[in-house]
Design a protein around this ligand. Structure first.
Ligand SMILES: Cc1cc2nc3c(=O)[nH]c(=O)nc-3n(C[C@H](O)[C@H](O)[C@H](O)COP(=O)(O)O)c2cc1C
Length: 209
């Protein structure tokens, strides 16, 4: 079936920003349809190298990643089994699945309060690099952490935080009707006026006037 012109979500999904921002940020979005095309190892390496250079509290670098490539790694089935059913349904078509984990303690054995924050920064870097390389990333909180801990021998001093699909954008027609609708819907965000304050809580910053 020939895809209709309006079935390419790329333009629809581009962020409609109040002022110009970097293309890699405006063009990032979280798809559920994937091409059956492996991601080049060089591009994967670039993504994890980008993640590696994120800032972190005390340079603790909370992040760890378990990478499973559908076409190459036997552990891909195990990684897929760590997703809740609703995510497994569409994530199984992606060529790459990653489980992310964050240290619960600092090197000095203290509680690592900003560990998830720092993993998030690394994921921001990874996503930006992926976008620059023509790839898409979809992060998922809907996972089964106990499955992941058991199947991948994740030690107790790491939280398993998300699973992430990575790949080339696929055809929305491959999705169920409900998912296709969301694949083709514009993205939205709360306005900056409700997010950025100066002086006191809930008071719009003068830079927005
Ligand atoms: C930590 C985190 C958890 C998420 N969990 C899920 C999930 O379990 N399933 C899913 O389909 N999308 C999940 N998402 C994707 C979000 O729904 C998506 O990022 C959000 O709706 C904004 O859309 P955009 O990324 O296309 O801008 C998650 C995203 C993040 C960052």
């Amino acid at each position: 079936m020939q895809a209709a012109e309006h079935d390419d979500p790329t333009d629809i999904k581009r962020a409609s920003t109040s002022v110009p921002i970097l293309d890699v940020l405006a063009d990032r979005w979280s798809p559920r349809a994937w091409q059956d095309r492996p991601v080049e190892d060089e591009k994967l390496l670039r993504m994890f190298e980008a993640a590696r250079w994120a800032a972190s509290s005390g340079n603790e670098q909370s992040w760890r990643f378990l990478l499973a490539r559908r076409h190459f790694d036997e552990s891909w089935e195990d990684a897929l089994a760590c997703l809740v059913e609703g995510n497994r349904e569409w994530a199984q078509a992606a060529p790459v699945l990653v489980l992310t984990a964050a240290a619960t303690e600092t090197r000095r054995g203290r509680p690592y309060k900003h560990a998830w924050h720092d993993l998030g920064l690394a994921m921001g870097n990874l996503s930006a690099q992926a976008t620059a390389d023509g790839l898409h990333v979809h992060q998922m909180g809907g996972i089964l952490p106990d499955e992941a801990r058991g199947r991948f021998n994740v030690p107790d001093d790491f939280d398993i935080v998300t699973a992430v699909t990575i790949g080339y954008l696929g055809d929305p027609a491959s999705l169920s009707e409900r998912r296709r609708e969301s694949e083709l819907a514009p993205r939205s965000r709360r306005p900056l006026q409700e997010t950025l304050f100066t002086g006191t809580w809930n008071t719009e910053s003068p830079i927005l006037k």
